[in-house]
Design a protein around this ligand. Sequence first.
Ligand SMILES: Cc1cc2nc3c(=O)[nH]c(=O)nc-3n(C[C@H](O)[C@H](O)[C@H](O)COP(=O)(O)OP(=O)(O)OC[C@H]3O[C@@H](n4cnc5c(N)ncnc54)[C@H](O)[C@@H]3O)c2cc1C
Length: 379
Amino acid sequence: MRAIVVGGGIGGLTAAIALRRIGVEVVVFERAGELREIGAGISLWVNAMKALERIGLAEAVRETGREEIGGTIRTPGGETLSKIPADALEERFGLNVVLRRPDLQRVLLAALDEAGGLMRLGVECLGFWQDGSGVAAYFADGREETGDLLVGADGLNSAIRARLFGDERPRYAGFTAWRGLADLGDGREEPGFEAWGRGGVFGLVSLGRGCFYWYATKNAPEGQRDAASGRKAELLERFGSWHEPVPSVIWATKEEDILRNDVYDREPLKRWGEGRVTLLGDAAHPMTPNLGQGACQAIEDAVALAECVRGEENVANALRLYEEQRRRRTADISRRSRLLGRAGQLENPLLCRLRNAAVKAMPLRYQLRQLDPILGYEA
Ligand SMILES: Cc1cc2nc3c(=O)[nH]c(=O)nc-3n(C[C@H](O)[C@H](O)[C@H](O)COP(=O)(O)OP(=O)(O)OC[C@H]3O[C@@H](n4cnc5c(N)ncnc54)[C@H](O)[C@@H]3O)c2cc1C
């Protein structure tokens, strides 16, 4: 069996590795001419680590990253609104792993290479056609590739999704996000947290030895340009008075290394594919980053896809089974993420006070129960 994977992001690479592991011949076609995973750091929550375990990748990811426990929400002044004790989280779910995105990409590329998967760079897929005997993807350079199944892992503005279901625009979530990496140079250890202000949040994740991955958001019209003073100056203006180490990590980040993306998601799809074609990761279910689950769900998709293909000889049946397994869960997580995003981006002072009071009053038992369906998931 031969699989065509369109898109070499976290989802496409993991799918290719998982399919190779069950003996499927795989070629990944990636539009970018070189692979440069951008986006600073990433949290792989325990549900994604469990999926990686099933394809033998968890150990390599754990060794590359750092085991972390999240779960603290603060005010901009540093008051703790909610904190799930590390031991309660670890005991109930296990540990998540945080790492730099390029490091994760290196692990995935090495695993793909070792498994004998192929990667073609600088090839943009424009669409596909299929019949009873196979599927063919066609590319901007005129080439055509045939296979038994095609996985559209080509992200938010997926060409495969557009070919399947039409070219509907994603939904703008109403806010923009900055991300960066900072080395404080003093080996300082700070526990991770997310601070909720008015109309924006600032999150910090320790990568160890004084290095931090951070992200920040603000409500803004779609496509708003950077302030004339630059990203760093705008961030300092917005977050410079927040509690330490927020100002320090912004100061320690180089202007040219600060990323900015508007945030989008989409309404859940009723169907993800047709015949020998399916979708995976952001192509199927882009979600706001508030739960840090976009890539985690892409990883879960990838492992589930390979497991369905292994158990079923008819390709179309295997893909429908995979979609059936994944649709409800990803729709639920996407909805939760959107709701959390709305809470984090509240701007009205009264509503912010009510939100903070509600978060503060939330019993630990309830907080853990909220995380159960996401982190406690067993496929
Ligand atoms: C601020 C922010 C923070 C986040 N933090 C986290 C986090 O901590 N944890 C987490 O799990 N998730 C997080 N996410 C979400 C996560 O980044 C995405 O969900 C994940 O990267 C999606 O992976 P993917 O492989 O599906 O898509 P992508 O990463 O978008 O990869 C798609 C690939 O397909 C290629 N491509 C596109 N079109 C074509 C084409 N026509 N032909 C060939 N190739 C094509 C692209 O070049 C790209 O390489 C965050 C997102 C944001 C915005």
